[in-house]
Design a protein around this ligand. Structure first.
Ligand SMILES: *Cc1c(COP(=O)(O)O)cnc(C)c1O
Length: 242
């Protein structure tokens, strides 16, 4: 990485985030390497992503199919792209067609989208796609994600899809962070249940939880994957469409 004085703001902000991640990981008796930071670049221009890429960073996330489909082909293909959040099943095919090297989908919350992704991966003939099952841990109707009581069944279904590589569980905390500890605890409990029911080791099942406002707490509660947008790239200029 360049000397701090020469850095762009996003690179400096990422550096600070990585430092905070390391400290939170150490507080929970883990190493920084145990926690992946997805730099969520939605609504941000290619030039800003390039700036962070040029500093050596490779893991980025997008939340809108239309946007990742436009951006990814313009950027180097050694980027590890994560699609984060709800995915509509009818968009699975165009997502994989435009981003054939997609690293992970964080947000499978029904069998239909799993089936569509499975078929899309198969049709382009690549290695199995890592997916996380999204769980609605807050009970808010507006949130996507499967109900915690249905989690084991959906994971079982994902495991039966040969072109999908089940990698863990994901959740989104409350927007005001008021009850995120309960949300994170619930996701962790879901993992215990899934691993017990399906005979998996807990370290084979990731927990994607924590965003700009709550990532340190999430890491202290066992998160292995945090999705951080505005703290790295600055506030978004237009509101999320959902
Ligand atoms: C936008 C988004 C994030 C990042 O949110 P910030 O609060 O800006 O860090 C994380 N996860 C999902 C699913 C998102 O859509």
């Amino acid at each position: 990485m360049a000397a701090p004085a020469m850095e762009g703001v996003a690179v400096t902000a990422l550096r600070t985030v990585l430092h905070r991640v390391r400290q939170a990981a150490e507080r929970s008796g883990r190493r920084a390497d145990d926690v992946r930071v997805v730099a969520v670049s939605k609504t941000k221009p290619i030039s800003l992503i390039e700036q962070v890429y040029d500093s050596g960073y490779r893991c980025f996330g997008e939340n809108y199919v239309q946007e990742i489909v436009e951006k990814a082909p313009q950027l180097p293909n050694d980027i590890e792209w994560h699609f984060v959040g709800h995915l509509q099943s009818n968009k699975a095919k165009s997502l994989l067609a435009a981003v054939p090297h997609l690293a992970m989908v964080e947000g499978v919350d029904n069998e239909k989208v799993a089936n569509h992704l499975d078929r899309a991966v198969s049709s382009i003939g690549r290695k199995p796609l890592k997916v996380l099952v999204q769980v609605n841990t807050s009970g808010e109707e507006s949130k996507s994600g499967i109900h915690p009581s249905k989690c084991v069944d959906l994971v079982k279904h994902v495991l039966s899809c040969h072109n999908l590589d089940f990698s863990g569980l994901m959740t989104i905390g409350m927007p005001d962070y008021s009850s995120t500890p309960q949300n994170f605890k619930r996701l962790s409990d879901c993992r215990t249940e899934v691993c017990r029911a399906l005979g998996m080791m807990e370290d084979q099942c990731e927990l994607s939880m924590g965003m700009s406002g709550d990532f340190e707490q999430a890491i202290e509660m066992g998160s292995t994957n945090v999705r951080i947008g505005s703290t790295i790239f600055g506030p978004r200029e237009y509101p999320m469409k959902k």
